[in-house]
Design a protein around this ligand. Structure first.
Ligand SMILES: [Zn+2]
Length: 41
């Protein structure tokens, strides 16, 4: 969907993290399912 972003986990590089425009706007935290890393963006 337009505005969505996806990227590999910056810590372990194993998991693909997808965030929607809506989630970024709300500054929703993400959690890596592989290593548990959390981050704001
Ligand atoms: Zn990770």
């Amino acid at each position: 969907m337009e505005g969505d972003v996806s990227f590999m986990c910056p810590k372990c590089g194993k998991a693909k993290i997808v965030r929607t425009k809506h989630e970024r706007k709300l500054a929703t935290q993400y959690t890596c399912p592989e290593c548990g890393f959390t981050g704001p963006n």
